[in-house]
Ligand binder design. Sequence first.
Ligand code: KG4
Ligand code: ZN
Length: 346
Amino acid sequence: MLILGIESSCDETACAVVDANDATVDVKSDIVATQIATHALYGGVVPEIASRAHTEAITNVASRALTDAGVTMADIDAVAVTNRPGLIGALLVGVSFAKACALTHSKPLIAVNHIKAHTAAVYAENPGLVPSYISLVVSGGHTSLYSVTDFVTFNEIGGTRDDAAGEAFDKAARVMGLKYPGGREMDRLAGIGFEKYTKRELIKLPSPALAGDTLDFSFSGIKTAAVNHIHNVRQKLGLAPEDPFPEDEAALVAASFTYAVIHGIADKLGSALRQTGTKTAVMAGGVAANSHLRRAVAKECGKCGAALYVPKPSLCGDNGVMVALQGYREYCAGNIADTSLNAYAD
Ligand code: KG4
Ligand code: ZN
């Protein structure tokens, strides 16, 4: 069936048309309008500006998704939209637009959870993958482990007690004066740092993996330690706050930070697999695009004898394809929304 997927939970307005059934997935179009340049001026997402930018973009993004797919609304079988979690004003734009679309064209409306959608991105290249599995969702807003027992049932077995992994990457990057959002730049700089510095030369930073059997994380310790280190280096080098942070120092911070984060995350995924006896893992969300994390998690899954599935980097960040893919599964489970559908921040 042909699904129009609509995403507007944060700073990307995204729509996609996906032809999905139980065994195959055909991505007909995938349009993402990012607001990064707008929010970069403020060093982070400004919710009011995000909502307004979604309102401006959504009609054109949806039209382009239909045109690129070579279809019209008449061909679409269902409209799927992210309705939680996210920025409430941003979510409401997508939800209201999707309701109008579905109502005008008499199509079923499907509410999609953003976390489940991130995980579902993996079906684009692995349409035959069937739960149960463990899903690790690492994004700007989440760092969580789920036991996924069927396509629509996610039981949280671990999560962050404070900041999310992406938030921590972005914060360290911002203090070093890197461009927003800093995750991708931290990835590049860490690559330089790993080449240049030995493991023993890396700065010792606290692991985000909490000690013991818990599957929970905490990123506040590593974030604070990294920020303090950056301030100390600035002071030692006599740099003013507006002076650029030297690239070799930034590479050392990025590599040290990345080293602690990827091993902390991989450790907890390994514990989750062992504790539950599960042999399949999925990693998804914006931070799952991190090249070092992808390698560390693949290694850990290898040690656990578990198969690992990760969406291609372009489907790790927010997109409409993932919403359409989870929408298909919700539709199959009979989860059709009515005209009272609302948006929820969490
Ligand atoms: O999933 P996403 O697009 O939005 C949320 O649902 O939060 O994730 C965005 C987050 C940002 O914090 C961004 O810096 C981070 O993903 N990110 C990365 C990389 N690419 C994006 N973090 C580390 N390494 C990357 N390569
Ligand atoms: Zn997301």
